[in-house]
Design a protein around this ligand. Structure first.
Ligand code: ADP
Ligand code: MN
Ligand code: MN
Ligand code: MN
Length: 331
């Protein structure tokens, strides 16, 4: 017997969330079957015609249940088999196909905040922790909070075969980051969604909720982003810096369009303070953490490589951010 956890993205507004339910399948099942769900309970259908279809898109071993159990990431389809209006993966598939020859690669840095009892881990009841400074990549019980969850999540991602690049504690206490990549657009987005799912599940076992809110604590505290690192084959080869420069001009021309789709609440996070550039401006620069787009040191030194789009928020849809970047840079 296989417990198959069917996972999909719902229609919640303004930010879509994950849903999951379990299907028991006979041992040895290799093709995961289509399934359905009540779309009227996920903001994806009206009550009078409420069935939506789950079309398996990416299957991984389930590291939490172990054995032959599976995680089944699904696309949501209408009853006639066409992609549902909330199915951003289907849109990315088309755009990724169109630009396969440019071989775009991505790495997404997922920041997140852990909450327990209504406040972030490490925050005292009814007060504030010490000002930001010692917490980023901190070590020691007074500098870092939630490490057991971050470690368990890392092990779960590795056991599921996800392309995990690394993890680190972040600037605000209770905030952490993991990175997925480097991988093609569909792969990076699929792996990121499953990694988010595993993070919520690991948190459940610790009675700790995880939020991807871009500014979980108002005031002088860093927000949570999803820096998206990008390269095309031409950027990675000799003369790549010229291709990156050309991409900066295209990105500047479509700045507002990107901002509009980089996560609800972006104007709370991109204030121009706390290692961000205001959402009203577009600037790029080498090693500049106050820019919209940063050129990493190795890329500047070698004259080829990749760039980091620092604008996307932690709650961004990974199928949207990768699609927009491909459309803007490669079309
Ligand atoms: P930062 O210094 O901004 O904190 P991280 O070390 O957290 O950066 O993450 C670096 C990210 O860059 C990783 O997700 C990795 O997959 C990605 N990356 C590395 N090389 C490339 C490349 N050539 N193209 C796209 N992404 C890349
Ligand atoms: Mn990082
Ligand atoms: Mn970070
Ligand atoms: Mn970064």
């Amino acid at each position: 017997m296989i417990k198959a956890e069917y996972i999909w993205v719902d229609g919640a507004k303004p930010t879509r969330t994950l849903r999951a339910k379990t299907k028991i399948l006979p041992s040895g099942t290799t093709e995961m079957p289509q399934w359905s769900f009540d779309g009227s309970s996920t903001n994806q259908a009206e009550g009078h015609a409420s069935d939506c279809l789950l079309e398996p898109a990416f299957v991984a071993p389930d590291p939490l249940r172990g054995g032959d159990h599976k995680l089944v990431l699904c696309e949501v389809m209408n009853i006639d088999g066409s992609p549902h209006s909330t199915n951003t993966r289907a849109l990315l598939r088309k755009v990724a196909d169109r630009h396969r020859d440019q071989d775009p690669w991505f790495g997404i840095e997922q920041e997140y905040t852990m909450f327990k009892g209504g406040r972030p881990l490490g925050w005292p009841e009814g007060g504030y922790p010490a000002p930001q400074g010692p917490f980023y990549c901190g070590v020691g019980a007074d500098e870092v909070f939630g490490r057991e969850i971050a470690e368990e999540h890392m092990d779960a991602c590795i056991a599921a075969g996800l392309k995990l690049y690394g993890i680190n504690a972040e600037v605000m206490p209770g905030q952490w980051e993991f990175q997925i990549g480097t991988a093609g657009p569909l792969e990076v987005a699929d792996h990121l969604v499953l990694a988010r799912y595993l993070l919520y599940r690991v948190g459940e076992a610790h009675e700790t909720s995880v939020t991807l809110h871009p500014k979980p604590m108002r005031g002088d505290w860093n927000g949570a982003g999803a820096h998206t690192n990008v390269s095309t084959a031409a950027m990675r080869t000799e003369g790549g810096m010229d291709v990156i420069r050309a991409a900066m001009a295209k990105l500047e021309a479509r700045h507002e369009h990107h901002i509009a789709h980089y996560g609800h609440g972006i104007e709370q996070r991109l204030t121009g303070l706390h290692e961000t550039c205001s959402y009203r401006e577009f600037r790029w620069g080498s090693s500049d953490r106050g820019a919209s787009i940063r050129i990493p040191p190795a890329t500047a030194a070698e004259g080829k490589g990749y760039f980091e789009d620092r604008r996307p928020c932690a709650n961004v849809d990974p199928y949207v951010v990768t699609r927009l970047l491909i459309e803007t840079i490669c079309d």
